[in-house]
Write a protein of this length. Structure first.
Ligand code: CA
Length: 227
């Protein structure tokens, strides 16, 4: 799979950093690396990667703080690496702008697939912009600039929250199953994935108004435009 996309790999353990870097390079990515928190923020600014693979446990700044800082510079898809299947770690990661996570130990093939899926989502969201869905009642959505406004105030969404909103907004009032949202927004139908959808819907609701996203219990979600 040829690609000129650039990946920033942040991991302080040299063996894992090297293995991830080699595997992504073999898949055709341009890979840049960092080994601690401050180095990751600096490398993000100078090398402008398209996607970031980010370990949570890092010297200097932890992965959550790194994620918060780089998302403030520029929205970017982030795949978080967590040391254990720790739900708190995952929820904190999603809250600071991570889009997906992998629990150590992980298979390299799985990591490469997740990175590719993150990049495809960004591209698909760009295609969705051509549907021109910008009217959400009293919210305005600018698909090209990837920004959302409530009156004169900007609503700050993570890249995943924006893609989720864009997907829902493409079919306002229509109930989209969690499986469909996983496929269209995350591009992977993982068995554990519906919890990921629920977490991001919860975060999106907190930002755009709980009444905007209707829950259809046991099925999925629908966007209410207030019209
Ligand atoms: Ca580490």
């Amino acid at each position: 799979m040829g690609t000129n996309r650039r990946v920033l790999v942040v991991e302080d353990e040299p063996v894992i950093n090297g293995a991830v870097t080699d595997r992504l390079a073999a898949a055709g990515y341009d890979v840049v690396r960092a080994f601690d928190g401050p180095g990751a923020v600096e490398q993000f600014r100078t090398s402008e990667p398209d996607v970031v693979v980010l370990d949570v446990m890092l010297p200097g700044l932890d992965g959550h703080e790194v994620c918060r800082r780089i998302q403030a510079v520029r929205p970017v898809p982030v795949l978080m690496l967590t040391a254990a299947d720790d739900e708190t770690d995952v929820l904190v990661g999603l809250a600071v702008g991570a889009d997906d996570y992998l629990t150590k130990p992980f298979r390299m093939r799985e990591l490469v697939a997740r990175v590719a899926a993150l990049l495809r989502r960004v591209e698909r969201a760009a295609e969705l912009t051509e549907t021109g869905t910008t009217d959400l009642g009293d919210r305005r959505l600018d698909p090209v600039a990837r920004r959302v406004w409530a009156g004169d105030d900007e609503v700050h969404l993570t890249p995943t929250e924006f893609d989720l909103l864009l997907c829902l907004a493409a079919s306002p009032g229509v109930v989209l199953t969690r499986e469909r949202l996983l496929r269209e927004v995350w591009d992977w139908p993982g068995a554990s994935g519906t919890r990921t959808v629920d977490s991001h819907v919860k975060a999106l609701r907190a930002k755009i108004g709980a009444e905007r996203v209707r829950t259809v219990h046991g099925v999925g979600y629908a966007l209410e435009t207030g019209r």
